[in-house]
Design a protein around this ligand. Structure first.
Ligand code: FES
Ligand SMILES: [Fe+2]
Length: 399
């Protein structure tokens, strides 16, 4: 008997660093540093300093007493103590060791142990990054100062109607309240970024294999078309319903890391932004933000999740019985890094192939000194408009 296809002697797998590595000085890291990225929901940036990690850099985020958010390099420029232990005041943060105080742009406001509070302190500057509150989140720009673009804007996100507010999740929750994984997921950003252009996993993982995570109709196998557009890649999935209607869903991925998800309901206010922010090469934080009417409390209300066991308390057997995005995406490679050399993309992965192609092209553009797509240096330019949406039509009349 000839044994074929055994695991013996297989080649050592490798990953593609071009789209995987996000640290300072890497091609992808420099590309991603040309965009603003959310750091935390605005409500979670307070007078209590927090440690965060973004694009492989450790930082401290806080909000001063006058309400300005700040992101500073953690080690005090004096002798290195962490500003995590600093105290926030009206106009800045004061280091715990010798009391140097810095504002949100790193200017040194006081050196209390120096004669007259450090009269010559104007040379002192704590490394900082530009920060803004925008769409209910605090965003930071970590790229070259002369290339700072305007904040990203989306047509469906503004302006807010009377009473509306931005409902923000900054804890990597995509579908299932606290049943979907930890706040920062331990895997590379590409895994979750690619997932948004993978509509077939919705039919399997989210509808028929595990629990029903979204709508029951998602259990119908769709037909799908993908297309590259000016802002990224879209897919349109079509499902034939028992009623004779066709359910058509269009989702837009906006380079480099935003999915405009139409959500289960169609309509302007329900479209969400999902933003997949690399923490470092092996960790990612996902944000979800949508416009919500006054009084809106929880997107998971009415989904029957009250009886679902919290993810953190599930046993291995329960994870096996009820896998979700976390179980699938965290295991695509050791340490959360996808091993591209041992993957086999097929027709249903066309969206992923397109996304990888766009990212590699844009990374190479930045490496060649050009500006990447989807940035604007003009505050007054039109917000990004996307075709994301859900429609139900009689068969063959799809919009
Ligand atoms: S180490 Fe921060 S003030 Fe001295
Ligand atoms: Fe998913």
């Amino acid at each position: 008997m000839i044994l074929e296809g055994t695991a013996y002697g297989r080649p050592r797998p490798t990953y593609d660093p071009l789209i995987t590595e996000v640290g300072p000085g890497t091609p992808c890291g420099e590309y991603l540093r040309r965009y603003w990225h959310p750091v935390l929901a605005s409500r979670n940036v307070t007078g209590r300093p927090r440690k965060i990690r973004l694009l492989g850099e450790d930082l401290i985020v806080f909000r001063d007493g006058d309400g300005r958010p700040g992101v500073l390099y953690p080690h005090c420029m004096h002798r290195g103590s962490s500003l995590f232990y600093g105290k926030v005041e009206a106009d800045g943060i004061r280091c715990c060791y010798h009391g140097w105080k810095f504002d949100v742009e790193g200017h040194c406001l006081e050196q209390p142990c120096e004669p007259s509070g450090g009269l010559n302190r104007s040379w002192a500057r704590q490394p900082w990054y530009p920060v803004h509150d925008h769409y209910g989140m605090v965003w930071a720009y970590m790229g070259p100062p002369e290339k700072m673009p305007s904040l990203p804007r989306f047509e469906h996100m503004e302006p807010l109607d009377d009473g509306e507010f931005y409902y923000v999740l900054d804890n990597s929750v995509q579908s299932h309240a606290d049943h979907a994984g930890p706040e920062v997921v331990p895997y590379n950003w590409t895994a979750i970024n690619e997932n948004c252009l993978d509509p077939f996993h919705v039919q399997v993982l989210h509808s028929t294999f595990s629990d029903v995570h979204f709508l029951p109709e998602m259990a119908i196998m769709p037909t799908v078309e993908w297309e590259e557009i000016d802002v990224g890649v879209i897919y349109t999935s079509r499902r034939k319903l028992e009623t004779g209607e066709e359910l058509q869903k269009t989702l837009t991925w906006v380079a480099p890391n935003i999915s405009v998800n139409p959500g289960p309901e169609s309509g302007k206010g329900r479209k969400a932004l999902s933003i997949f922010v690399p923490v470092d090469d092996t960790h990612t934080r996902a944000f979800v933000v949508r416009r919500a009417p006054a009084g809106f409390k929880d997107i998971f209300q009415g989904m029957g999740l009250e009886s679902v066991k919290p993810w953190t308390t599930m046993t291995d057997e329960e994870h096996q019985d009820m896998p979700n995005d976390y179980e699938a995406q965290s295991t695509q490679g050791p340490g959360g890094i996808q091993l591209h050399s041992q993957q086999h993309l097929v027709r249903s992965d066309l969206g992923i192939a397109l996304q990888r192609r766009v990212l590699k092209r844009e990374i190479q553009k930045v490496a060649a000194g050009q500006d990447p797509m989807n940035i604007s240096f003009d505050e007054t330019s039109a917000p990004i408009s996307t075709p994301s949406g859900v429609v139900k039509t009689p068969v063959g009349v799809g919009a």
